[in-house]
Design a protein around this ligand. Sequence first.
Ligand SMILES: [Fe+2]
Length: 300
Amino acid sequence: MNQKLANEAEKSGLEPYIEELETNGLTILPPEITGVTSEFVDRSVNALLTKFTALTGCPISLQEGPLKALEWPGGGRAQFVAGEGAPDPTQALIQQLLQIDRCFRDLAVNPKVDFLIDHLMGAQTRGQGAARRLSSANSFIKWRGDFGYGPDLGLHPDQGANPLPWGDTALTANVTWALTDYTQRDGALAYVPGSHKRNSWPTPGAADEAIAAEAKRGSAIVFHGATWHGAFHKQTPGLRLCAVSYYRHISVLPQENLRVTMADQPWHDCDNPELMRELIGFDDSFPYSKQGFPLPRVAS
Ligand SMILES: [Fe+2]
């Protein structure tokens, strides 16, 4: 950590978290640090459960999970990363959270999280400002199930679509907001400490090294895109809920085309509209959709 960053980190109380992020590739900011209140988490949970019912037709509760039987459309996409032959998933992914409720827009611009993401991605190479952008915002709604991702825990690096070798700069970074208490039995995120430095996909036996990212509701689990992670299966009744703010380096393709999908949405209705504008990339030069450079005309 350079001196300027160390001074800023100390001021914001984030120094130990930055050190953990550098050493382990993952850190957990508790609600005392993130500033996320219990009421805020309640609102986020209600917004997600309402959306789940609207999309699936199935009522759902935090204590009991989905209240009716569910069936999946055919095809491997519903299997997430568990692969062929796995049983039906016991989780669902709700995408495009920024459109659902302001609380998810506020999470995306949380100042403590932004400090860490900015640290992971740094500045653009030609000095045109910070390199971090939003890639997507989505939620895993997970209920009890014996299989989960299977014995390998679905371990993967999020920046795996980018060619190796990777450098220290994170190409993507994941902020998983725990909206219920995260414990191993409740199906917490699994990760291999220090794996972001191995510069590779998980090697055989990696699951034996994985530990649970246990966190109180309202915590932000922040990790480098190279960190091997997956999840434990949920052994307890009810739901494990999260809201993921997923970031990218400006050189990396976004998961959601936010510049298009958010253009007519209330993106400015959040705690920091200027940061949201930058994170969505409304003012970025690329990708362009029309001729932007002026052209000469034949002289008259
Ligand atoms: Fe992932």
